[in-house]
Design a protein around this ligand. Sequence first.
Ligand code: IMP
Ligand code: MG
Length: 181
Amino acid sequence: MQGDLERILFDETAILRRLDEIAAQISNDYRDRELTVIAVLNGSLVFMADLMRRIPLPLKLDCLSVASYHGKTEPSGEVIFKQIAPPDVQDRHILILDDILDSGHTLAAIREKLETAKPRSIRVCVLLSKKKRRARHVDADYVGFEIEDEFVVGYGLDFRERYRNLPCIGVLRKELIARPD
Ligand code: IMP
Ligand code: MG
């Protein structure tokens, strides 16, 4: 599997070191408030598990499932919510967790949807961000790493649902993206 990578961007040690820093920041910012983490599945699953265990505060967890890519590597702009009712976030301090902020369509749609449920506050935390690709403005309060415009996999990020279990984050070889499934 690792052989399908053009190169490794962040190994597990680098990722976890960065998570220690973000978790410390979040723990400090939310020390007097009860935090509700809303994880965007499936991409944020690994990130969420490692980050959450580094936050020594009482917190609640809810998950949202959306589809925005439909098996391609380019965003379609269309975001489909896979559950009928969004999590109950009224009066809660919520922190949305996602794997990567790319065009911004996904997080903009999620934020808009959750705002209608009247949370007390909303913040956004992403492991990765590709600034150059932004089509919609999204404020990310916590960002693990800024990366270039390259398609990456591993540590929860997929290409056609594969590679999520890679412990590192790396750039997928271009010829694999071009090949039909
Ligand atoms: P956005 O709506 O374009 O911001 O895309 C966000 C979603 O697209 C993420 O939650 C990922 O699931 C997926 N995505 C964007 N870039 C990548 C990438 O480089 N590798 C894997 N998934 C990606
Ligand atoms: Mg994905």
